[in-house]
Write a protein that binds this ligand. Structure first.
Ligand code: HEC
Ligand code: HEC
Ligand code: HEC
Ligand code: HEC
Length: 447
């Protein structure tokens, strides 16, 4: 997780650029924005439509309404999404695109899919511009039908707005699907292995951690935090990300001769030749029985999130055996029997939804947060998150749970030490990770 840069300049918005962009849009594939209820798809009005100082472009937060009204200013100056397009003009992006033979990154549909608001020309209103990057409507939905009236509360209710295409981001599941569409990928948006090998950062996502990082980017709030239950939101994000992973497998593995390498855990290939089992024996650690381990040397799919779900389900005494078994069959199909992949995927998706419904239905108490924290820590210590990506997923969850238990501030040294072990994938050492967790365990046990 790189840190967000503090200050961002305002997006360029010249007329000529806008014209060129709209022309370009006619050549781009359509991506899956939330469906609107009415028949003809609503148009995207562009961030400029929200930016009036009387609307969301106030220089400072206002108190006349529930909303802060300075969202546009916060977005344009501090939100990483407002510079997502500009990043494509930078040398790093140019290099990635050059290595892939794509031509300029800011014109490549493969890059724009996640770094801008790509919509067909017919859905792009006069002020909508590709160069604005990821604008308000990328998350809140195409505004044509709700924009003119959405501020007329109480005459126009939230339900009315939703019926006109506003996205219900207050619902964790809806928000999770919006974020993971880019931060994990979906059928139409794919950060494949060629991109990674050409220099794209490995994608990381945790709904609670990333929402807070983003919501407060630059030390400004996008909206006032609500009192949803963080552990429930966290699990909703884990489930959504796993759902997206299966979507990627379906789109990029089930119908091809060889699955794109990016669907696998990067570190099943990118690692040294030390035999993992020996490493654990050396450190004297007792390695937990790994329910998702395949035969020695098999490729493992990206399973950090699944591993986390299974640990939490067990901790809460939910039956995770069916999801475990289905995941193992999926792994086996990927490795040995591609013909079985569609059936294995459909089974594992069903099991994920079943367990996911149970996991997200419950109300979290302090006691459950404690039980989940202890179980996750124990699992992470004993090697259940065997690569840096999976370990990072566990660490983000642990820190969220520490905050729930109100132990985060007093354990900031241990938390820093934990993230220090994760700073560089290439220097990741499972034994060092386990030792730091041992410290955290001792310290958290003292309350
Ligand atoms: C599936 C969505 C997706 C696709 C496709 C995609 N990106 Fe990204 N890109 C992201 C996300 C999400 C991040 C932020 C990663 C993070 O920090 O977790 C990112 C980050 C980056 C960064 C680092 C930015 C920074 O501020 O550090 C660069 C550079 C980049 N992308 C370039 C490209 C280029 C060039 C392409 C096309 C070859 C591309 N991206 C395609 C989603 C995508
Ligand atoms: C990366 C996604 C994203 C982008 C981009 C984004 N928002 Fe938001 N916005 C959210 C989420 C998530 C919430 C919280 C929704 C909730 O919990 O009710 C939110 C909340 C808000 C709220 C408060 C709503 C309320 O009922 O309290 C306003 C107003 C708002 N956004 C306006 C904007 C404007 C204007 C822009 C563009 C300048 C923008 N947003 C860009 C995701 C986004
Ligand atoms: C349309 C695609 C898209 C959507 C939707 C989206 N993001 Fe992003 N996000 C990106 C890209 C691309 C970047 C990298 C931008 C850059 O570095 O300039 C990014 C960057 C971020 C970062 C900064 C990461 C870092 O390492 O600095 C956070 C945090 C983040 N997004 C959270 C969220 C959350 C939370 C949501 C949902 C409410 C969300 N994003 C929705 C594409 C998206
Ligand atoms: C199935 C095995 C496999 C998996 C899984 C895999 N890679 Fe690779 N990766 C390779 C191979 C093979 C190469 C090419 C090595 C070479 O050129 O010497 C490569 C090259 C790379 C390179 C360029 C290295 C260089 O020296 O130029 C990067 C970066 C990279 N992969 C990142 C990733 C990331 C990130 C993931 C996970 C999303 C991943 N890989 C998953 C096999 C894999």
């Amino acid at each position: 997780m790189s840190s967000m840069s503090a200050a961002r300049s305002t997006p360029s918005r010249s007329r000529a650029m806008g014209f060129a962009m709209r022309w370009l849009l006619t050549m781009l594939p359509v991506i899956g924005f939330a469906a609107d209820s009415a028949s003809a798809p609503a148009r995207f009005e562009g961030v400029a439509s929200c930016a009036s100082s009387l609307c969301h472009g106030s220089a400072r937060p206002l108190s006349a309404h529930d909303v802060l009204q300075n969202e546009y200013v916060t977005w344009s100056q501090f939100d990483p999404h407002s510079s997502a397009y500009r990043v494509l003009l930078e040398p790093r992006s140019r290099q990635i695109a050059e290595r892939m033979g794509l031509g300029p990154a800011h014109k490549a549909p493969q890059c724009l899919a996640c770094h801008a608001e790509v919509v067909p020309a017919a859905r792009s209103a006069a002020r909508h511009q590709l160069s604005d990057g990821i604008g308000c409507e990328s998350c809140h939905g195409a505004a044509e039908r709700w924009l003119p009236t959405h501020h007329q509360s109480p005459a126009v209710s939230h339900a009315d707005n939703l019926a006109r295409g506003l996205v219900a981001l207050e619902q964790p599941r809806v928000r999770a699907e919006v974020c993971t569409g880019c931060h994990v990928g979906d059928r139409n948006r794919f950060a494949n292995h060629a991109m990674m090998a050409a220099g794209h950062p490995r994608l990381v996502f945790d709904l609670e951690t990333y929402t807070e990082l983003w919501r407060t980017s630059g030390g400004r709030e996008h909206y006032r935090k609500r009192s949803a239950q963080p552990p429930a939101v966290w699990l909703t994000g884990i489930i959504s990300a796993t759902r997206r992973q299966f979507e990627l497998l379906d789109a990029h593995a089930a119908r091809s001769l060889r699955a794109d390498f990016s669907v696998y855990a990067c570190h099943t290939c990118h690692r040294d030749l030390r035999v993992a089992a020996f490493g654990a024996a050396e450190a004297g650690a007792s390695r937990a029985v790994d329910p998702l381990a395949g035969a020695p040397g098999e490729l493992r799919m990206q399973d950090g999130q699944l591993r986390l779900l299974l640990v939490i389900a067990d901790a809460l005494q939910l039956d995770s055996r069916e999801l475990t078994a289905a995941t193992r069959r999926l792994q086996a199909a990927l490795n040995r029997d591609p013909a079985q992949l569609p059936a294995a995927l459909s089974e594992v998706r069903q099991k994920l939804e079943a367990l996911g419904a149970e996991l997200t239905r419950r109300t979290w108490t302090q006691r459950e947060s404690r039980v989940a924290f202890d179980a996750l820590l124990r699992a992470a210590r004993s090697g259940s998150f065997p690569d840096p990506a999976a370990a990072e997923q566990a660490a983000m969850g642990l820190v969220m749970l520490l905050a729930e238990l109100d132990l985060d501030r007093s354990r900031s040294a241990e938390i820093d030490a934990l993230f220090a072990t994760l700073r560089d994938d290439n220097a990741f050492d499972g034994r060092r990770f386990a030792r730091v967790l041992e410290q955290l365990e001792k310290s958290a046990a003292m309350r």
